[in-house]
Design a binder for this molecule. Sequence first.
Ligand SMILES: N[C@@H](CCC(=O)N[C@@H](CS)C(=O)NCC(=O)O)C(=O)O
Length: 335
Amino acid sequence: MGLLVKGVWHDEWYDTESSGGEFLRESARLRDWVTADGSVGPDGQTALPAEAGRYHLYVSLACPWAHRTLIMRRLKGLDDILGISHVSPLMGKDGWTYRRDEGSSGDAINGVDFHHQLYTMTDASYSGRVTVPVLWDRQQQRIVNNESAELVRIFNTAFNEMTGNRLDLYPLPLREQIDAVNADVYDHINNGVYKAGFATRQDVYEKHVTALFDALERIEQRLSQHRYLAGAWLTEADIRLFTTLVRFDAVYHGHFKCNLRRIEDFPQLSNYLRELYQWPGIAETVNMDHIQRHYYMSHATINPNRIVPLGPHLDLQRQHDRERLEGKGIWKVEL
Ligand SMILES: N[C@@H](CCC(=O)N[C@@H](CS)C(=O)NCC(=O)O)C(=O)O
């Protein structure tokens, strides 16, 4: 675990000292877009044009943020035009690596050993955290974007004409609702588990665990009325919640001490989790071995002996009861 300072790798754990025991997530810095024809992104971002085989996705199979992009790649039928490489689940003094003997695929495109090399290839004096996921442009030899929320949106639209895939996980009429639920889920659940787990003071931990379970209760309530977070349509909001829920009982409950309840103990959330897990294509994106080994073996400050627990035995293929609520599947746009 570490970061780059002016292009030089430093092995350092998160600094929570200067923030009163709080884990503060750094904003992603590489924010260019890919659009169908290379015209600017939705907020005027510089963009590159969609082309089959031009881009490559670097992920960790353990990481919930990277997992969003893997699900989008699958749902949007991008497997053949967007290659992937995955890091080793173990993130030690060198940060994310491409060590095959630990379970990495190796880097199929650049052959680097360390993920931070992709950042310094992009900018020789890069400063900041070195994170997954990353979208790489093989033509310009640089990272295009390292923010998963934006990669989800890029994958949702940029390649539609090429693939003929009309699924829209961020439909115009639902955007306001999606943005609102995303904000709550991001702050209190996706990032909430990290804020609790990486806290280095008792009161800070308690504050974030309480906020996390309050948010889970709110979502539980919502899911008692609606099949999905934005109503009858499955959207990116569901994908974003799913990647945290699927790790929850296996990792966050024990390792991050988010243990007031398990997801299994919430009737709506647990059935909803199973429905999404059983959605065509999604289960294949879940790698519990990488998930468990990553967290328990990489965070030495939390689990110094690096023992990986054997349980819990989750059966996510069990039947769910969500059919009692109206579901319309995924929205489709006209091409
Ligand atoms: N904002 C980023 C966050 C990604 C992120 O924090 N990924 C974690 C893995 S789960 C990481 O690479 N952490 C390395 C570090 O913080 O040094 C995104 O959503 O894409």
